[in-house]
Design a protein around this ligand. Structure first.
Ligand code: 3PG
Length: 223
């Protein structure tokens, strides 16, 4: 029995995120870095990003990626307000995520036809998200909350609803496999692939190498 139908994310975006398997979290300080970092990720086989709204350059950076690197599945992160939902929708983002679970923000995303995955780390968060029609949830902060062990136990009562999770927060190559091996994980994510200092230093080669490394792991685990 489905208490409330999934309505927070389009089937097309659910599929894109699942196929991507990994979402690179980006903090961009300078608009000129947006297109090169997106291209560096693509070159390494990572085609989904969460561009965080934590810097003044973020919205312009997202616009640049949207128009110049259309192969990227463009997610907007750290979406905390209704105004930010509107901005993400207007620039044509594919989806948006938030660290926490705010029903007003989720409702605004639906009004703007923007696919949305709220952050959860407690059963209460999950119940709020379910009530808002969400089935794809960001598990944040994943590692410090207890990793897959916490998630598996927490999700047991709800799993008949077919929930899928994107763990973020503290992930790296050292622990990525522990998440990717679980069938309830649709994609992992993190900032380690394109760390802020690497972007600031314009070290696109290192970002491509990190992307290749995680892509290889995903291919091995999913084969
Ligand atoms: C996020 O916004 O999802 C987190 O900042 C990602 O966490 P990480 O920096 O530990 O990867």
């Amino acid at each position: 029995m489905q208490p409330i139908e999934q309505r927070a994310m389009s089937p097309e975006i659910i599929k894109k995120i699942d196929e991507a398997g990994v979402i690179a979290v980006l903090v961009i300080d300078d608009v000129k870095h947006a297109v090169p970092v997106a291209k560096a990720l693509l070159k390494g086989g990572v085609n989904a990003i969460e561009l965080t709204l934590r810097t003044p350059a973020a919205i312009e950076a997202a616009r640049a990626i949207k128009s110049e690197v259309p192969e990227i599945t463009l997610g907007i992160g750290t979406v905390l307000t209704i105004g930010q939902v509107k901005a993400a929708a207007e620039l044509g983002a594919d989806f948006a995520v938030s660290p926490g679970c705010n029903p007003r923000v989720i409702a605004a995303a639906r009004e703007h036809d923007l696919s949305f995955a709220p952050g959860i780390m407690t059963p209460t968060d999950i119940e709020i998200a379910i009530e808002q029609g969400c089935r794809v949830l960001k598990y944040f902060p994943a590692e410090s909350s207890g990793g897959m062990n916490h998630l598996t136990n927490m999700v047991a009562p709800y799993q008949y609803l077919g929930l899928k999770f994107i763990p973020l927060g503290g992930l790296s190559m050292a622990n990525a496999a522990s998440y990717l091996e679980s069938p309830i994980i649709t994609a992992i994510g993190g900032s380690w692939i394109a760390k802020r200092p690497l972007i600031q230093a314009e070290n696109w080669e290192a970002i491509t190498e990190n992307a290749k490394e995680v892509r290889k792991l995903i291919t091995e685990i999913r084969k």
